[in-house]
Design a protein around this ligand. Structure first.
Ligand SMILES: NC(=O)c1ccc[n+]([C@@H]2O[C@H](COP(=O)([O-])OP(=O)(O)OC[C@H]3O[C@@H](n4cnc5c(N)ncnc54)[C@H](OP(=O)(O)O)[C@@H]3O)[C@@H](O)[C@H]2O)c1
Length: 275
């Protein structure tokens, strides 16, 4: 299960391919690996539902950040989601080089109510979670399977950018208070990925330290951003989303994965980047 890669972070001999390079994690990975020889392919450059394009010089490491991430949309089109998350991952694995596959806390059902470690059996509640779990299998035995949770960053549409928009427009924002996880800053996940590729492949949990509900996270966002908006705590049932989410999906490592800073530090860094 271990790779013979002598220079995984691209200090001269490695070429690092980033898929989904325009996504929030894809952008953070480009920054973290910027000192290497990076090939950054956005959706328009390589639709991963199709076989890989020819490379004049093939990559030696693939950071596979391309994914169908619309959790509710996957309920309506599970095959479309699978084409990207399973088929796309199979195509990335076909390159035949070491691969980092990003997976999710939504592979768990949340019944455990204490942090999930790498050996806990997955049991996804949603179509998205199922496609991501099958994607783990499609990544192959030689891949690093990186499970993380609640990604946010300065680019794209995510919980932080959405709350900042709502918090500026409204006095009160309704947010679910019955789903607990560890919102993770993409810059921290990208930095941890750099450290992880020095370790053996396999399943690894890489998420922010600490945990909170989405309502608690929203309160922290308003507080750190100096917005006067209030959070009204609601249940997932009240929100009525089509996909079921785990009520508890805090991820921890039992095998010494690189540690990430606390989610509040990630939030502060993200807000600083947003100016
Ligand atoms: N977001 C989260 O809370 C979260 C939590 C845990 C794990 N993850 C995992 O972390 C990884 C990165 O997520 P993220 O938050 O960075 O998502 P993101 O911002 O939605 O980025 C995903 C990227 O994949 C691209 N993409 C979609 N379909 C594609 C296709 N067929 N071919 C090529 N590219 C395609 C998207 O491009 P378009 O927008 O142009 O379609 C987008 O740029 C994913 O594997 C995700 O499952 C995410």
């Amino acid at each position: 299960m271990e790779h013979e890669i002598t220079d995984p972070v691209g200090t001269g001999r490695s070429r690092i391919l980033i898929t989904g390079a325009a996504g929030q994690l894809g952008r953070a990975l480009q920054e973290s690996f910027a000192d290497g020889d990076v090939i950054a392919l956005a959706h328009a450059d390589w639709d991963v539902t199709l076989p890989p394009p020819p490379f004049a010089e093939p990559p030696s490491l693939v950071l596979h950040a391309a994914a169908w991430t619309d959790v509710d949309g996957a309920e309506d089109d599970p095959q479309g989601a699978a084409a990207v998350n399973v088929g796309g991952t199979r195509h990335a694995a076909e390159l035949g080089v070491p691969l980092v596959y990003y997976s999710t806390d939504y592979v768990f059902d949340g019944a455990k109510r204490e942090p999930y470690v790498e050996t806990d059996p997955p049991h996804p509640l949603s179509a998205y979670g199922r496609t991501k779990l099958h994607g783990e299998g499609a990544a192959g035995e030689q891949a690093w399977i990186v499970r993380s949770s609640g990604l946010f960053g300065p680019t794209g549409k995510n919980f932080v950018t959405t709350m900042l928009r709502l918090g500026r427009d409204r006095e009160e924002v309704a947010v679910v208070d019955d789903q607990r996880s560890a919102p993770t800053y993409v810059g921290h996940l990208a930095a941890a990925t750099r450290a992880l590729v020095e370790r053996p492949s396999g399943v690894w949990h890489l998420a922010a330290a600490g945990d909170c509900t989405w309502a608690e996270f929203a309160e922290a966002i308003f507080e750190e951003a100096g917005l006067p908006a209030r959070v009204r705590r609601i249940s997932s049932a009240e929100l009525g989303r089509s996909a079921a989410r785990p009520p508890y999906s805090v991820l921890r490592t039992e095998k010494g994965a690189p540690e990430l800073p606390h989610w509040r530090d990630g939030l502060r860094e993200c807000l600083q980047r947003l100016g």
